[in-house]
Design a protein around this ligand. Structure first.
Ligand code: ATP
Ligand code: MG
Length: 565
């Protein structure tokens, strides 16, 4: 978090915090937390929440905790805990020694539950899930009290102890808060606090066979950690009443304030962890870090930078109403950042051989090329020029349309950082495919020392055949063909909107030798093509590149083509 470009803007949450600080609420402290459930890898939506929570703490000189919200043992795993920590760190945030687990509080929560039972504010209920739903009522109809609602404190204490001791089968009883079966918020109609579940927890093992529910756990975890502002997404708005009820009933010394904001939705993307898990499990993608995934791990592998993601989070801001952000806006932020940092190199994705007939067979020149025109301090590098080169097949047309400024028979173009060449002859194979161009170069047109007075309109990238490296490039297109993959017709699901062309592999691209030995994660701009980063699948013998993002917005085109990319 060092760049001066990371300006922060005002939002309604800061307004609340400013007001609280003015009034001395929470001793004018700001203490937030990021509370993921370790049941999957983090995605770009989580990144928004991370930037918000850690960002606010930083801005106000406060603290932000990382807390694993691990109350659902059947879906949670240490693999996810580890990935979450790595991703938050990679995004540039630090929780110091404040890494917590809701499961750390199981003992304390159990005591709180007993306290509520003792106060007559919680009871053991024997209704099963279906019955409970029937008793709960609807938005229009009040609920009915459970037949077990008026059990005595003694009976409740005894039954709850026996629940904990494993005397009852899974799902046969619950502990419920005794609030109001006619409350307008359905969450207040005697919500479940504990359920019986024999599942091995990734941290507490088989110590517990009762597990606290989210609503009961979350507010008390916040209170125990001294959180001042508990920021969550809009779907928890109604739960705020319950959040406050638990804290008031238990008279906790610390009363965090829950504040809701709109979650991030991105076009052409699904963001539910359940769906992302399904993509991974069914092998629709190569893993959680597949560069097509909206996960932080996937975006990192694709070459997105933490700076770009933080910038995106800041620019989209926080709002009170749900909306969908265009994926192209995220790409815009990525491009903006990479433009400043990525070295330019030349790579030919679809090679066409060019022989420069008047260039000596055994000659070799090391030409100077600038690494980044946006940043003079990035310096220059040498690129070898020789008689046989590759250019992009798409940069030649035998019958060029009007205003075609690239190669065609008789036409002249500049080779970037090198010379002007002229296409003299086209060589074809037996099937009539163009396999080689015979060209001549003008030695008086060397870049930086051109005194020929010649003007050409096209500049092409190229790679010397004897010096370039072959590499693999993986080009990514949107994973879904529909703007909102979740919006499906009856009988369909989001998987029907998967783009069969989301990955294109080019096994034999040709790239200038300066990239030799580049480490995984290194990012380059391939001139005229886009930004590419070195994939961890690379070996010393063979580089593999992921296309991070194209140079220009490619989405308008996708929409016209009906989504195939
Ligand atoms: P899912 O519905 O995919 O399971 P979740 O919200 O349950 O996601 P959590 O691990 O509980 O996932 O989320 C951790 C934190 O990240 C929560 O505070 C949640 O509000 C926030 N968060 C999750 N998704 C988004 C999103 N799309 N935009 C902003 N914040 C989000
Ligand atoms: Mg959740």
């Amino acid at each position: 978090m060092d760049s001066a470009s990371e300006k922060t803007t005002s939002n309604f949450i800061k307004d609340i915090i400013n007001e609280d600080r003015k009034n001395g609420k929470h001793g004018a402290r700001v203490h937030t937390r990021f509370p993921p459930e370790p049941n999957g890898y983090l995605h770009i939506g989580h990144a928004k929440s991370i930037c918000l929570n850690f960002g606010l703490a930083k801005e106000y000189g406060g603290l932000c905790n990382l807390r694993m919200d691990d109350t659902n043992p059947s879906k949670e795993d240490v693999e996810y805990v580890d990935s979450i920590m790595a991703d938050v760190r990679w995004l540039g945030f630090d929780w110091d020694d404040r890494m917590y687990y809701a499961s750390d509080y199981f003992g304390k929560l159990h005591e709180y539950a007993i306290e509520l039972i003792t106060m007559g504010k919680a009871y053991v209920c024997d209704l099963n899930q279906d019955e409970m739903r029937q008793y709960r009522g609807t938005l229009k109809e009040p609920g009915r009290p459970s037949p077990y609602r008026d059990r005595s404190v003694e009976e409740n204490l005894d039954l709850f102890a026996r629940m904990k001791n494993g005397e009852f089968p899974d799902g046969s009883k619950t502990l419920r808060a005794k609030i109001d079966m006619a409350a307008s918020f359905i969450v207040m109609r005697d919500p479940v606090m504990y359920r019986i579940l024999r599942a091995t927890h990734h941290r507490t093992g088989d110590m517990w066979c009762i597990y606290p529910m989210y609503d009961f756990t979350h507010c008390l975890s916040d209170a125990l950690e001294g959180i001042t502002h508990s920021i969550c997404t809009l779907e928890f708005e109604n739960n705020r009443a319950l959040y406050d009820w638990f804290l008031a009933a238990l008279d906790t010394p610390n009363r965090p304030q829950q504040i809701e904001f709109a979650r991030l939705n991105l076009s052409y993307t699904v963001m539910s962890k359940r769906k992302l898990l399904q993509l991974v499990k069914e092998g629709r993608v190569a893993g959680w870090d597949d560069p097509r995934m909206p996960t932080i791990a996937g975006m990192r592998r694709r070459g997105y930078t933490p700076e770009a993601i933080r910038d995106f989070a800041e620019r989209i801001g926080v709002a009170k109403a749900d909306s969908t952000v265009e994926f192209s806006y995220l790409e815009h932020c990525v491009r903006d950042d990479l433009n400043r940092r990525a070295h330019r190199v030349m790579a030919v994705l679809d090679p066409l051989k060019v022989v420069i007939e008047n260039y000596p067979e055994d000659a070799l020149e090391e030409l100077d090329a600038e690494n980044n025109p946006e940043n003079a301090s990035a310096g220059t590098r040498k690129i070898p020029f020789s008689r046989t080169l590759y250019v992009e097949r798409d940069d030649f047309r035998e019958d060029p349309p009007k205003k075609y400024h690239r190669l065609s028979p008789g036409a002249e173009v500049r080779l970037k950082s090198a010379y002007i060449i002229k296409c003299e002859k086209v060589i074809k194979d037996a099937a009539g495919n163009v396999v080689e161009l015979r060209c001549t170069y003008d030695p008086t047109t060397k870049s930086g020392a051109d005194n020929s007075g010649k003007k050409v309109k096209g500049t092409l990238h190229w790679v010397s055949a004897a010096h370039g490296l072959t590499a693999e490039a993986r080009l990514y297109n949107p994973l879904f063909t529909k703007e909102n993959p979740d919006d499906v017709a009856e009988g369909e699901n989001f998987l029907d909107a998967i783009n069969p062309q989301s990955l294109e592999t080019l096994p034999g691209i040709f790239i200038e030798p300066s990239v030799k030995g580049a480490a995984p994660g290194a990012i380059f701009q391939f001139l005229r093509h886009g930004y590419f980063c070195v994939d961890p699948d690379s070996t010393e013998a063979r580089l593999v590149f992921n296309r991070t993002v194209q140079l220009r917005d490619s989405w308008a085109k996708i929409e016209k083509a009906g989504g195939a990319g």
